[in-house]
Design a protein around this ligand. Structure first.
Ligand code: SF4
Ligand code: SF4
Length: 175
């Protein structure tokens, strides 16, 4: 069922809306109530063609308290976290932070998350990076490693087990 169908039947969840706005206000002034629907966030969104709902419309849904509908929708996983919506908003409302809050809610409530996120998470937990260092192909079709391009090597945790425990503790405290 599409999110448009889901929201047409939805009921406002005022308490959840307050909770998310409370989390956002700790970051900056990022409270969805300040949004005046100018759509500057959507105009700069790198993923808006892929999103079932555009960023300014997500803020509108949050203002209406339709939280579950978004948490249960794939749209929260399509955002590529480029933070452009945060930079462009004249009202200091950040759709990206709203999406982070919704993703956290989805994880906490045991919803299935896309496999690529799980792979990224496992990589962060083991080496501190979303993916291991890759080789790149140059314009003249040569494959080169990072050091061959004169780039410094990236540091990785010397004690992966200790790193994993510390990182998990921080993540749990944040949620
Ligand atoms: S740019 Fe800011 S104020 Fe404008 S629609 Fe997006 S969130 Fe709302
Ligand atoms: S962070 Fe997500 S919602 Fe915001 S502009 Fe980038 S892709 Fe779009």
């Amino acid at each position: 069922m599409s999110i448009v169908d889901l929201t047409s039947m939805g009921k406002s969840q005022t308490e959840l809306r307050k909770e998310i706005n409370g989390q956002l206000s700790k970051l900056q002034d990022e409270i969805s109530d300040y949004c005046f629907q100018c759509a500057k966030c959507t105009a700069g969104c790198e993923a808006h063609k892929l999103l079932e709902l555009e960023p300014h419309k997500m803020v509108a849904l949050l203002k209406r308290g339709l939280i579950d509908e978004m948490v249960n929708s794939d749209i929260i996983w399509t955002c590529m976290s480029c933070f452009k919506c945060r930079e462009r908003c004249p009202q200091r409302v950040a759709p990206v932070e709203i999406l982070f809050a919704l993703k956290n809610m989805a994880v906490v409530s045991g919803k299935q998350i896309p496999g690529k996120y799980t792979a990224m998470l496992q990589s962060i937990l083991s080496i501190g990076l979303i993916q291991d260092v890759q080789e790149v192909t140059t314009r003249d079709n040569k494959t080169m490693k990072r050091d061959e391009l004169g780039l410094p090597s990236l540091s990785k945790p010397c004690d992966p087990a200790k790193f994993q425990v510390g990182l998990t503790k921080i993540a749990v405290e944040k949620v």
